[in-house]
Design a protein around this ligand. Structure first.
Ligand code: SF4
Length: 467
């Protein structure tokens, strides 16, 4: 199996979708590298399957243009995205590798509406010079911002010999038992094969800061989300109702104000929902989020992490690291043993996986044994099995935004059940639920896999141009 890092699961990107925005963006960037030293005067991008059916709502067309133009999803000023795209559209030109080419988004981005047999999220880039094909490359966006190139094993694949190779939950239990250490420590040792200790600490801090900034921004923004569904932002209203007369002028003061709030069950419950809504409202607005494991499910982890930060026994940065190691590895196991792509497995692969990741990470922080950590992850996934992906209008808004609040609450409930339970009494093990999720993904009717052709999307159809 491929060896992936927790930083392949936790990636900083731009909303609204990891498979439909971040993946195509990375594919476009990769294609520009292949075009280096080649002459070309235009590029066509062909979108198939889910990318063509929900691509407009998910910003796939925007992502491929920005990728071809060489913008980095980690550093692009998100507030400028609208301007960049408008410029390309009005000038009908695109600068690729510092070459100005003819490019009309309405003609050069082709939504095919059908799936290719290889993968539900396929995109093909074709570069031409004087109408002759110069280069053609096919990519698959396989979920969580991962891409694969046709004929190649994996664009993101890296060979690594790890001290503790992990394919299953049972591997984690074997290593932790043999070494008498926590899951996070085992994962930490593996991560040191990918980067230095200093780099790990810095990256975790960067990810955490991005999550907090995203929640803060979402809690302080109002209005209607883009896309035409007329969905109103709610996080700010909830935040204001909870903070009442508190005033603040930056994220630090805002966090201090939250710390002064009551911590009864109902208040905490509202905060968790508020954090999750804030992230996914930002995600729906093409804001900067951390895929965890995907953009659509990006609110679950920050909501649970901030629940721990504000209302449990947060001890400092080491807690963040433990949480990231443990939750990230659970995401890796799902990626390798099942899927984290809704186009392959429905929403169980997004919200279900994020909830299992959060449940496991939280359980370790709350003092759970490795067995209890995996029991929590198993419980969280067990109650997402079969969850379909049916976003109305192909937008990552309904049911996606609220669904993150549910994923966060299920993660906390699963953690509590595991911490008060005996893993030896559990009938269903973690590895069995990973397998079951994968089996369910393969059995699931295709219209429930991010096509906007089933469920809520079917019963509340919304017409979008060129979708
Ligand atoms: S329904 Fe779930 S899987 Fe589908 S786009 Fe929304 S959050 Fe992602």
């Amino acid at each position: 199996m491929e060896r992936i890092s927790i930083f392949d699961i936790y990636k900083i990107g731009v909303g609204p979708s990891s498979s439909h925005t971040l993946g195509p963006w990375k594919a476009a960037l990769d294609f520009t590298k292949k075009l280096a030293h080649k002459s070309f005067d235009t590029i066509d991008i062909h979108l198939f399957g889910s990318l063509s059916k929900t691509g407009v709502g998910h910003g796939t067309d925007i992502a491929v243009q920005l990728g071809l133009a060489g913008y980095n999803p980690v550093t692009i000023p998100t507030e400028e995205i609208g301007f960049y795209v408008q410029q390309i559209d009005s000038l009908k030109t695109l600068s690729v590798n510092e070459t100005s080419i003819k490019f009309d988004p309405s003609e050069n981005i082709i939504f095919h509406g059908v799936s290719l047999p290889e993968h539900p999220n396929t995109l093909i880039f074709k570069a031409y010079a004087y109408e002759a094909l110069v280069l053609e490359t096919t990519y698959y966006s396989v979920g969580g911002g991962f891409i694969e190139e046709k004929g190649m094993e994996s664009v993101d694949h890296r060979e690594r010999i790890l001290p503790y190779p992990i394919d299953l939950g049972q591997d984690l239990l074997d290593y932790t038992t043999a070494n008498q250490v926590s899951i996070s420590e085992i994962v930490h040792q593996n991560e040191l094969q990918f980067q230095s200790e200093d780099e790990i600490v810095e990256r975790i801090e960067q990810i955490y800061n991005t999550m907090v900034e995203c929640v803060y921004k979402g809690c302080n923004s109002e209005g209607v989300l883009p896309g035409g569904l007329n969905v109103k932002r709610r996080a700010k209203k909830i935040c204001q109702s909870l903070l009442k007369d508190e005033s603040y002028s930056n994220a630090k003061e805002w966090m201090e104000a939250i710390r002064r709030q009551p911590n009864d069950f109902n208040t905490i419950n509202k905060w968790i929902s508020c954090f999750a809504l804030a992230v996914n409202e930002e995600n729906a607005s093409l804001g900067r989020v951390v895929t965890s494991p995907t953009n659509g499910a990006a609110g679950v982890i920050p909501a649970v992490l901030l629940y721990y930060y504000f209302f449990c026994d947060y001890q400092g940065k080491e807690d963040l690291q433990k949480f990231m190691y443990t939750s990230g590895e659970i995401g890796c196991i799902f990626k390798k043993g099942a899927t984290i792509s809704a186009a392959v497995g429905g929403c169980q692969a997004e919200i279900g996986v994020s909830s299992a990741m959060a449940a496991g990470g939280l359980t370790e922080l709350l003092g759970g044994t490795p067995q209890q950590v995996l029991m929590a992850a198993e419980i969280a996934m067990e109650h997402h099995l079969g969850l379909t992906c049916d976003p109305i209008g192909g937008l990552v808004q309904i049911p996606c935004i609220e669904r993150n609040t549910m994923g966060a609450m299920k993660a906390i409930t699963a953690s509590n059940l595991a911490l008060t339970g005996n893993p030896h009494d559990a009938i269903v093990g973690f590895d069995l639920v990973v397998k079951t999720m994968w089996d369910t993904a393969q059995d699931m009717n295709g219209k429930y896999k991010e096509t906007a052709e089933g469920g809520l999307a079917f019963n509340l159809p919304v017409a979008f141009p060129s979708c």
